[in-house]
Design a protein around this ligand. Structure first.
Ligand code: G3I
Length: 391
């Protein structure tokens, strides 16, 4: 297709919304319009992304960070993967090792024990390879150790919360770019005031647990960026509208009471068949968060292909389009400072276990395939960084 007719996805997203709105197109219809207007993924478009530099370098050229989650066992046992990780990523987020209890050799094997063995090994891997390190996650309703329920009660909960944060954040003080201090505190279906999730922490401490957590983290490491992290904020669905509103109100309330929250983490677990991607709603939400004086991190980006057709080229194209459409919108917001994928290679993704395909085919959700080759998704993320304005 001649270059002059090649409207990039970014330009189509920028002017298309107005055109779509004036034409009365729904977001879904606009999506198919967009696909029909913009050259389909082929070798020409893929080559537009200069493949000589890495995602880390492309992000850094625009003042952004690109990184990925990683697991101890994968990075320590698969040297080829570790090399790819260091080549492509500027940041490492331990996927399991800094949760209370995830994977083998958990951080909190018992009430009185902190086992930093695997966390320290990953911190050393990051330091040795000049990777930024971010911590995930200090307070969550999942991955709590088996001893938690019968040990922590309303009398000692505040001490367990603050001593966990003080000990873990203090242990890595000076090494951490940022911490997911509280993860997934909003769940409207729980029917709690403010849309708060009815977590063990809410039951034991009330809604002030969030403020307590951030204040404990700030006291333990004044230099770390402190992040509230959540999902379900990305699409135009009514449920995402409601959650965006609840998260914004939570952040406004925290800022009003002087809680040291510095950024919102938008997990960004996307779906190749989600359909209702509404760029306008996302833009407005990001602007509202930025207006609170907060930074934004895209913290767990991936695209599930669970319900996409079996054909690999089709799946890869749809997944790549989802990455590019999403990132072209979020990277237009200057407050966005980092894009972290939840995994780098299809060989190591939670989606294989948590959202497997019914046809039994391996999932193809991340920038690199299971042999660590770059896929259309890699080129899509690369193009989004190349087209992003400088931050
Ligand atoms: O394989 C080990 C097994 O050997 C061990 O005996 C057992 C003991 O708990 O753990 C097993 O590993 C589990 C792993 O899934 C494989 O099944 C981990 O415990 C378990 O934590 C892990 O699930 C993780 C999940 O969070 C819960 O921690 C996923 O890998 C991880 O991708 C997922 O990530 C979450 C983010 O933290 C928050 N946002 C949503 C995201 C996806 O759910």
């Amino acid at each position: 297709m001649p270059q002059n007719r090649l409207i990039t996805r970014r330009r189509a997203l920028q002017f298309g919304l107005g055109a779509a709105a004036s034409a009365g197109l729904s977001a879904k219809a606009y999506g198919s319009y967009l696909s029909s207007q913009v050259q389909t993924r082929n070798s020409l478009e893929d080559s537009i992304a200069n493949s000589s530099s890495s995602l880390k370098q492309k992000a850094a050229a625009k003042g952004l960070i690109y990184g990925s989650s990683g697991r101890y066992k994968d990075l320590m046992e698969d040297q080829k993967f570790a090399a790819c990780f260091v080549q492509e990523c500027g940041m490492l987020v331990p996927e399991w090792e800094l949760k209370w209890s995830a994977g083998e050799q958990p951080l909190r094997p018992s009430p009185a024990v902190f086992d930093f063995t695997r966390g320290d090994r990953l911190a050393r891997f990051a330091q040795t390879n000049q990777l930024l390190l971010r911590g995930h996650s200090l307070v969550w309703h999942l991955s709590l150790p088996d001893w938690f329920a019968q040990t922590v009660d309303s009398q000692n909960a505040e001490d367990f919360l603050t001593s966990h944060i003080r000990t873990v954040v203090g242990h890595y003080a000076g090494q951490m770019h940022s911490w997911d201090v509280v993860n997934e505190a909003i769940e409207l279906a729980d029917g709690q005031p403010g849309g708060l999730r009815n977590t063990p922490w809410l039951k034991l401490l009330g809604s002030n647990y969030i403020n307590l957590a951030f204040r404990a983290a700030a006291a333990a490491d004044p230099d770390a960026l402190l992040v509230y992290n959540d999902y379900g904020l990305e699409y135009g669905h009514a449920s995402d509208d409601a959650k965006r509103s609840a998260v914004l109100k939570l952040l406004e309330g925290l800022k009003t009471q002087g809680t040291p929250v510095h950024a919102l983490g938008i997990q960004s677990h996307l779906s190749g068949d989600a359909g209702d991607f509404d760029a306008n709603k996302l833009r407005h939400f990001l602007a509202d968060v930025a207006d609170l004086g907060l930074k934004v991190l895209i913290t767990e980006l991936d695209v599930t292909d669970q319900r996409l057709p079996s054909d690999i080229a089709t799946r890869d194209r749809i997944v790549a389009e989802a990455y590019e459409n999403y990132l072209l919108v979020v990277l237009d917001q200057p407050a966005v400072m980092a894009v972290i994928t939840w995994g780098l290679s299809d060989r190591y993704t939670w989606l294989s276990e948590f959202t497997p395909r019914s046809d039994g085919a391996s999932v193809r959700s991340l920038p690199l395939n299971a042999n660590f080759d770059r896929k259309p998704a890699w080129y899509a993320v690369a193009r989004a960084f190349e087209e992003a304005s400088r931050h």
